[in-house]
Design a protein around this ligand. Structure first.
Ligand SMILES: Nc1ncnc2c1ncn2[C@@H]1O[C@H](COP(=O)(O)OP(=O)(O)OP(=O)(O)O)[C@@H](O)[C@H]1O
Length: 262
């Protein structure tokens, strides 16, 4: 098991945000957290990222409470891409991504940055001011940043049997065009399959979930509505109940089911 919480409750400013949540994510899994606006998806991701100090001991990460890890240990084992990333200074793209590899020597750092930029199709932007990029370009640079942070750990884990790292992503394709959405999830799938990296992604796009996820948690008002294999979770009944919108599910032999609003 890579990361888990059991019967977890989160209360923020007197509001019950998550109620009795149990999740267990294994190595090499692409796990998606789904649900309507306000269902608690980002809050759960933040809990798993250890952002709520008071709740860190309730999260078990590689067999230890998250609270027992030093910031440096955590930075080597997991990377987090929040929903919005604001930078106040005009850093170059390569500088933004380099921030993820501060502990590497110069040659290694350059190689890891170049590899991550190429994975997300932003090599040509390396010398651009990050603040002048489009929303989608910025999102791909942020993906390169988090992957640069832990890809080498995943590669080492695969070679020498170390702990596989974890990637936590909050709506990481929300600004991307169709081709880049596909490219990003193909990269994530490959990293999960080839290196045993676990990926937990908050998503609104049910079709991306249907196409790429192994398992899904469907949240409704802070509670688990359904959890399991993605195609068992994304049924007409569950989607219509949780999103209060009629849908059709188009089943296709040999391919993932497509969800369309009716
Ligand atoms: N610090 C806080 N204090 C009080 N309520 C909060 C706090 N943070 C989040 N909430 C509430 O918790 C609920 C879940 O928020 P969360 O951001 O996790 O939802 P979400 O499923 O990610 O939504 P979205 O799809 O809109 O991003 C919301 O009703 C939100 O208003």
């Amino acid at each position: 098991m890579v990361i888990s919480v059991e019967n977890f409750n989160l209360t923020l400013d007197g509001t019950a945000v998550l109620c009795e949540i149990t999740v267990e994510i294994k190595a090499g899994e692409l796990f998606v957290i789904l649900g309507p606006n306000g269902a608690g998806k980002s809050s759960l991701l933040k809990v798993l990222a250890g952002e709520f100090e008071a709740y860190k001991s309730a999260v078990e990460f590689h067999g230890r409470p998250l609270s027992s890890y030093s910031p440096r240990e955590l930075a080597q084992l997991r990377a987090v891409m929040p929903q919005a990333v604001h930078l106040d200074f005009p850093f170059l793209v390569e500088e933004v991504v380099s921030m993820a590899v501060l502990h590497a020597n110069k040659a290694e750092s350059q190689q890891r940055v170049a590899e991550a930029l190429a994975l997300f199709d932003v090599s040509h932007l390396a010398h651009r001011n990050y603040l002048t990029l489009s929303g989608g370009e910025q999102q791909r640079v942020q993906l390169a940043r988090v992957v640069a942070q832990i890809l080498h750990v995943a590669q080492q884990a695969k070679q020498s049997g170390g702990l596989p790292p974890l990637l936590l992503l909050d709506e990481c394709t929300s600004s991307l065009d169709l081709a880049h959405q596909q490219q990003v999830f193909q990269v994530l799938r490959r990293m999960a399959r080839d290196y045993g990296m676990s990926v937990i992604a908050v998503l609104h796009d049910l079709n991306l979930a249907s196409q790429y996820a192994d398992r899904a948690l469907l949240l409704s008002e802070g509670k688990t509505y359904q959890q399991g294999q993605v195609h068992q979770v994304l049924t007409q009944q569950t989607i219509e109940a949780v999103y209060q919108t009629p849908v059709d599910i188009i089943d296709r032999p040999g391919a993932w089911p497509i969800i369309v609003p009716r």
